[in-house]
Design a protein around this ligand. Structure first.
Ligand SMILES: *[C@@H]1O[C@H](CO)[C@@H](O)[C@H](O)[C@H]1NC(C)=O
Ligand SMILES: *[C@@H]1O[C@H](CO)[C@@H](O)[C@H](O)[C@H]1NC(C)=O
Ligand SMILES: *[C@@H]1O[C@H](CO)[C@@H](O)[C@H](O)[C@H]1NC(C)=O
Length: 424
C-alpha cells in the first residue's frame, strides 16, 4: 500500500525507485489525491498570444480550375478541414490535417513562418499534391501528427484509421525536410500493433539514441497502448497497460458547450531530455485523454523488446501525479519542463520534471482562445506554440460545422527561452 507520509510527493522525482507503484491500478486511483497539481495558481494571465489564426483552412491550389473542381465535387469542403498537429523546422511550420470528415484534400501541409500573413494563410500540401492524393497506399492517407529529429527528418504518423477514408495499413513515414520532403523510409505496422480498421496512431516522440526510436501513442478504442519503433532494426512492438486506459471519473467534461463523455485512452506523450549522467533513466511521460493521472516509464524498458514481451516491466511504471484537468497533447523542452493542455479549464500547465509534481502550475488560462489545446511545437528561437483547435466539434457528428466569422484554429505563442527536448 501507499505510505501515509507524503514523502514521495516531495521527492518522488529525485528518488523514483522508491515511489514505484504496484501493478494493481485500482490502488493507484486511491493515491491520486496525494500528488495533485495546483489548479489555483495561475502564474500570469495570457502568456500565450495568438500568432496565426484561421476561420477555415484553404490551400495553395495548382490552378483555379483544380480548386473549382474539388469544390464542386466536395473533395474540398472548407469547414470540414481541421488541423491537429504542428511542428516547426527552420522557417516552416508543418501541419497535420487528419481526414476526420469528408472533403479534406490534404493531410500534411506546410506554410512559411516568414510571411506577414497571420490570418487564413493558405497551406501548401507537403511534400506535394501527389503525396497527399489517395491513389494507392504509398501516399499519405490520414496523418495525425509528426515529430522532426535534429537532422531535419520528419517522422510522420499516417495512422488515423478510425473511419473508412482509407483501407491502407497504418504507417510511419520518414521525410527529409532538407531534401524537399524526400521519402527516406516507410514502415507499415502489422494489424496486431495497429488495426487498419479502428487503429489510431495519435502522437509521437523521438529518442535519437541507439539508432533512433519512436514512442507512439495508439489511441484506438479497441487496443490502446504505446508502440515502440526501432529505426535501426526497422521493427516495432507494443506495450499495453491499464495505466493507458481512460479513467471513468474523468469521463464527463465540457469544452465550448460540448459534452465529452467518451472514454479516450492514452494520447499525450512526452520524452525527457537526455539525462546528463549516462546511466540515469530517461523517462517517457504519458496520460489517457480521459484521465487525470500522469505516468512515466523509463526508455530502458521501452527499448528492450524482450522485456516488453514479458510483464515484469509493469512494476517499473511510475505514477507521477494528478493533473489539473484532462489533456490532449504534451510538450517537453530541453530543461525538463513538461507542458500540457488543460481541456476542461481552457489552459496550459507547466511542470518541471526535476521537481515534485505538486509544483505544477497553470501557466495560462483563456476561455476565449485556448479552446482544446491540442498540439505543441517549439521553434529554434525559444518559443513554444500551442494549437487550439476545438477538435471535439469535428468528432461530434451531430455538430454542424460552418464557415463563419468565428476563429476556429489558433496557434498561440509563448516565449520560454528553451527549445525542444531533442536538443541538449
Ligand atoms: C481557396 O484558395 C484559392 C487559391 O488557392 C482561391 O482561389 C479560392 O477562392 C479559395 N477559396 C476559399 C473558399 O477561400
Ligand atoms: C525566410 O527568411 C529567411 C531569413 O530571413 C530566409 O533565409 C528564407 O529564405 C526565407 N524563406 C522564405 C520561404 O521566404
Ligand atoms: C466501415 O466499413 C465497414 C464495412 O465496410 C462498416 O462495418 C463500418 O461501420 C464502417 N465504419 C465507419 C466508421 O464508417
Amino acid at each position: 500500500m501507499y505510505p501515509t507520509f507524503r514523502w514521495c510527493d516531495y521527492f518522488g522525482f529525485l528518488f523514483l525507485s522508491y515511489c514505484v507503484i504496484k501493478n494493481d491500478k485500482n490502488v493507484a486511483v486511491s493515491k491520486e489525491k496525494i500528488v495533485a497539481a495546483s489548479s489555483h495558481q495561475v502564474e500570469e494571465k495570457h502568456k500565450f498570444q495568438t500568432e496565426y489564426q484561421w476561420h477555415y483552412i484553404n490551400y495553395t491550389w495548382p490552378s483555379i480550375q483544380s480548386y473549382a473542381i474539388a469544390f464542386k465535387r466536395k473533395d474540398y469542403v472548407p469547414e470540414n478541414n481541421a488541423m491537429v498537429g504542428i511542428k516547426f523546422y527552420k522557417d516552416k511550420l508543418y501541419i497535420a490535417l487528419p481526414r476526420i470528415r469528408k472533403g479534406t484534400p490534404v493531410t500534411l501541409a506546410q506554410m512559411s513562418t516568414n510571411s506577414s500573413d497571420k490570418t487564413n494563410q493558405l497551406l501548401a500540401p507537403f511534400p506535394s499534391w501527389e503525396m497527399n492524393a489517395q491513389k494507392d497506399c504509398s501516399t499519405l492517407q490520414n496523418v495525425y501528427s509528426m515529430e522532426i529529429d535534429r537532422r531535419g527528418v520528419m517522422w510522420v504518423l499516417d495512422g488515423f484509421r478510425v473511419n473508412n477514408f482509407t483501407k491502407c495499413p497504418p504507417k510511419l513515414v520518414l521525410l527529409d525536410l532538407n531534401k524537399k520532403g524526400k521519402l527516406v523510409q516507410s514502415y507499415e505496422f502489422s494489424s496486431e500493433l495497429c488495426s487498419t480498421e479502428g487503429g489510431f496512431l495519435n502522437d509521437i516522440v523521438i529518442d535519437e539514441s541507439d539508432g533512433g526510436y519512436a514512442y507512439i501513442t495508439e489511441n484506438s478504442a479497441k487496443d490502446p497502448g504505446i508502440i515502440v519503433y526501432s529505426r535501426l532494426r526497422n521493427r516495432a512492438w507494443k506495450i499495453r497497460d491499464s495505466s493507458m486506459f481512460a479513467e471513468l471519473e474523468a469521463a464527463n467534461f465540457e469544452v465550448d458547450g460540448l459534452k465529452n463523455t467518451g472514454l479516450i485512452p492514452v494520447d499525450g506523450i512526452a520524452l525527457a531530455p537526455q539525462p546528463t549522467l549516462r546511466n540515469e533513466d530517461r523517462y517517457v511521460f504519458y496520460s489517457a485523454l480521459t484521465g487525470f493521472s500522469l505516468y512515466a516509464l523509463s526508455t530502458k524498458i521501452f527499448k528492450n523488446e524482450e522485456v516488453c514481451q514479458g510483464d515484469s516491466w509493469r512494476r517499473a511504471i511510475k505514477y507521477v501525479g494528478r493533473k489539473q484537468s484532462q489533456a490532449d497533447g504534451f510538450a517537453m523542452d530541453n530543461k525538463g519542463n513538461l507542458y500540457y493542455g488543460l481541456l476542461a479549464s481552457y489552459g496550459v500547465a507547466k511542470w518541471n520534471i526535476h521537481t515534485p509534481f505538486s509544483t505544477s502550475k497553470v501557466l495560462d488560462q483563456n476561455k476565449r482562445e485556448l479552446i482544446w489545446p491540442d498540439s505543441f511545437g517549439f521553434d529554434s528561437k525559444g518559443n513554444l506554440y500551442v494549437l487550439a483547435n476545438g477538435i471535439n466539434k469535428f468528432y461530434d457528428p451531430s455538430y454542424k460545422l460552418q464557415v463563419t466569422t468565428e476563429i476556429k484554429f489558433r496557434i498561440l505563442k509563448h516565449t520560454t527561452q528553451t527549445i525542444s527536448y531533442l536538443y541538449n
